[in-house]
Design a protein around this ligand. Sequence first.
Ligand code: CP3
Length: 348
Amino acid sequence: MTQYNNTRLLQALKRQPVDVPPVWLMRQAGRYLPEYRALRTKAGDFLTLCQTPQLATEITLQPLRRFDLDAAILFSDILTIPHAMGLGLSFQEGEGPQFAKRIETARDVKALPILEVEENLDYVLEAVRMIQQELQGRVPLIGFAGSPWTVACYMIEGSSHKNFINARKMAYQAPEVLTALLEKLITATTAYLKGQILAGVDVVMLFDTWGGLLTPAHYPLFSLTPMQKIITNLKADPNTANTPIILFSKGAVSHLEVMADSGADALGLDWTSALSAARTRVGAKVCVQGNLDPALLFSTPEKIKAAVKSVLNEWGPHPGLIVNLGHGIEQHTPIENVQALIAAVHEG
Ligand code: CP3
């Protein structure tokens, strides 16, 4: 077992008391950091960064060199799974992801190969091992995957879309095709997260960025149930049962109670819902992670300090809070404001 210097995140995930709440930021490694931009320019493109373990390791560590963060998050992407399944992912500068092939029919789903994590995603496992070597127990490492629904959105659409109309249409026109795709992604994601845990990540997070696009009837069917199956699979295997799981369904706060029953250890909240109300609704069942507005980081250190204070006061003395943003940090975020946020959490 790794001995950690900083156990705040792991303690909070067990709802144990901590000196101050742990803080980390979604997309903490990324384009707001000049050292990230320099490496990306040198490497040529984003996928090369993900697929080169030395570079992924370096980028994972970049924000930890600047800030007193309580966790590292693996530098990778949720779209590595469909890429490994042969859909041909690329990222054009200034644009979102683009797939060469997209999923439209039952035949397309059937043709998707079974993911062999050790072969197809070995570069991710290697990055995890290298990062842990470098971290030397300084902070825990978070691994991650996209939720099956969110990854399916990109596979069906073929690229980013503001409301993923083709994936939502499939939920009505061909629910059996969507379900078959989600089943394949449940299997692949379970294997992928197991691989990451065996390679050394300490916590895993499921990013369900597009769960909030679904109707109240479709959310449990197409978003929550597949995530729940992954959680059940991980909790049923003695090798992975003790690894805490964070579930983040953006824009889906109306489903908080059922999420709290999913088996996840923590729930991510976006900035549109209050922490205190969330705590009342989920009680001590799960930890809560969130929920500062990424736009707050474009204000001033004073305003950031006040916002952090109000989050900490609102939450109160209860264990089980992880301070984070309600979504990924934005590209042009001033670095001194990130510093101010982290310092404000640690000053309490
Ligand atoms: O949090 C971290 O620091 C770890 C790294 C991480 C990335 N992507 C790196 C990245 C994580 C956890 C993700 C998850 C991810 N990827 C999600 C879920 C979380 C979320 O933000 O909603 C989604 C939907 C994706 C898919 C994706 N990857 C898109 C739509 C894009 C392009 C648009 C954008 O926001 O940049 C990416 C590219 C991407 N993934 C970048 C980074 C640092 C930017 C690449 C670049 O231009 O250098």
